[in-house]
Design a protein around this ligand. Structure first.
Ligand code: FAD
Ligand code: DHB
Length: 389
């Protein structure tokens, strides 16, 4: 089979890229290792920057998002059980959309189906070849049969553990990494959210976050040791811990119920450079990981798609190579800013095992400064709602 762009990975970045290219007449094939149900059942990100909202609209997917999503004009931070609000709208006239990654992915699948685009699910042993030539190709196995897709470009949208980044030789690839000494224990529960906005809480027992998916579905997280056995965290243990870490008035309002999903995720900052090697481009988690504290992972994947979709369209429609030649540099400049912001939010809000009394005072002062300074709040707001593309 032949196509123009072979996309490895059918997560949100691969599907959005496929949709935007298809709308401009560029042919794509998407190869996904998992089944569609598996991809749709992954509970991940919850907050879209306004630039990501605009990209969903551009892809023709604004309707359900605007009907079912929740626009947030600010967020709460709390320290020592006392909250204060960062007013995005009041400070910089911007907002974010609470619309889960599960819904984003579902909308993207529906759109791909509607246009008859090909997604090969359960593609095993996916392997790109000849990426330094003008005739790259990708092989994979499905139902015991080997297949080959010839293409002009290969795009790696296959997440942190995918095959694409590993295709770049060690002599070329530079990686930068910080692994944080804790994880996030996340719970999804069919209960009304404790507040109509998010609460990010710094507490001496560790970080906590109150988020949501809709009026009847809450998403909560507490900082926890990454190797804690999940059985240790009964629902009661989770709710007790969450109550302790959030402002007292929120704890009193908290409605609890059975968890319908519970898992512990590790926290890591990771950037791989460059994001292009010959005919291969890396997009999203395949190239970079941020800790979830700033709600940037999915949004960063979308900003890569923004740059790469325009670059590939210019290449195929106008024969213009500048965008693809500059993709790595342009995408990385924004990636590093989001990496810095996510690291800063993580450092400010979590309890580190080796935190000294000095570190503790600095963290408290950072939060006190943020509460008192419009300039500091403005800096948080402009990063949280998303820096311009
Ligand atoms: P992915 O969503 O990882 O998609 C990659 C796709 O490629 C997958 O479908 C995978 O099955 C497929 N694939 C992998 N390898 C291969 C292969 N060899 N061949 C073919 N297909 C392959 N971000 C937030 O902002 N907030 C959160 O709360 C949050 N929670 C998260 C929780 C977890 C457990 C994880 C792992 C991530 C979380 N993230 C969160 C990050 C966010 O979900 C990601 O940044 C986002 O999914 C990136 O999208 P992507 O399309 O680049 O990668
Ligand atoms: C959610 C996750 C985040 O990492 C975050 O910063 C905000 C919200 C969520 O899953 O709802």
């Amino acid at each position: 089979m032949r196509t123009q762009v072979c996309i490895i990975g059918g997560g949100p970045s691969g599907l959005l890229l496929a949709q935007l290219l298809h709308m401009k007449g560029v042919e794509t094939v998407v190869l996904e290792r998992q089944t569609r149900d598996y991809v749709l059942q992954r509970i991940r990100a919850g907050v879209l920057e306004w630039g990501s909202v605009a990209m969903m609209e551009e892809a023709g997917l604004g309707e359900r998002m605007h009907r079912e999503g929740f626009v947030h004009t600010g967020t709460y931070l709390s320290a020592q059980n006392r909250g204060f609000r960062i007013d995005f709208d009041g400070l910089i006239g911007k907002k974010v959309m609470v619309y889960g990654q599960t819904e984003v992915t579902r909308d993207l699948y529906t759109a791909r189906d509607a246009m008859g685009g090909l997604i090969v699910h359960e593609a095993a042993g996916v392997q790109p070849h000849d990426l330094q030539t003008d005739a790259p190709y990708v092989t994979y196995t499905r139902d015991g049969t080997e297949h080959r897709i010839d293409c002009d470009f290969v795009v790696g949208c296959d997440g942190f553990h995918g095959v694409s980044r590993k295709s770049i030789p060690d002599t070329v690839l530079r990686t930068y990494e910080r692994v944080y000494p804790f994880g996030w224990l996340g719970v999804l529960s069919e209960t009304p959210p404790v507040d109509h906005e998010l609460i990010y809480a710094n507490h001496e027992r560790g970080f906590a976050l109150c988020s949501m998916r809709n009026d009847h579905l809450s998403r909560y997280y507490v900082q926890a040791p990454v190797d804690d056995p999940i059985e240790k965290w009964t629902d009661d243990a989770f709710w007790d811990e969450l109550r302790r870490r959030i402002p007292a008035e929120a704890a009193e309002r908290l409605i609890t119920g059975p968890s319908i999903e519970k898992s512990i995720a590790p926290l890591r900052s990771f950037v791989a450079e460059p994001m292009r090697w010959g005919r291969l481009f890396l997009v999203g988690d395949a190239a970079h990981i941020v800790p979830p504290t700033g709600a940037k992972g999915l949004n960063l994947a979308f900003s890569d798609v923004h740059y790469l979709s325009r670059a590939l369209i210019a290449r195929f429609i106008e024969g213009e190579d500048e965008g693809i030649d500059r993709y790595s540099e342009t995408a990385l400049a924004r990636v590093w800013k989001a990496t810095r912001f996510s690291w800063w939010m993580t450092t400010m809000l979590h309890r580190f095992p080796d935190q000294t009394a000095f570190d503790q005072r600095i963290q408290e002062t950072e939060l006190a400064y943020l509460e008192s300074s419009v300039a500091a709040q403005t800096a948080l707001a402009e990063n949280y709602v998303g820096l311009p593309f």
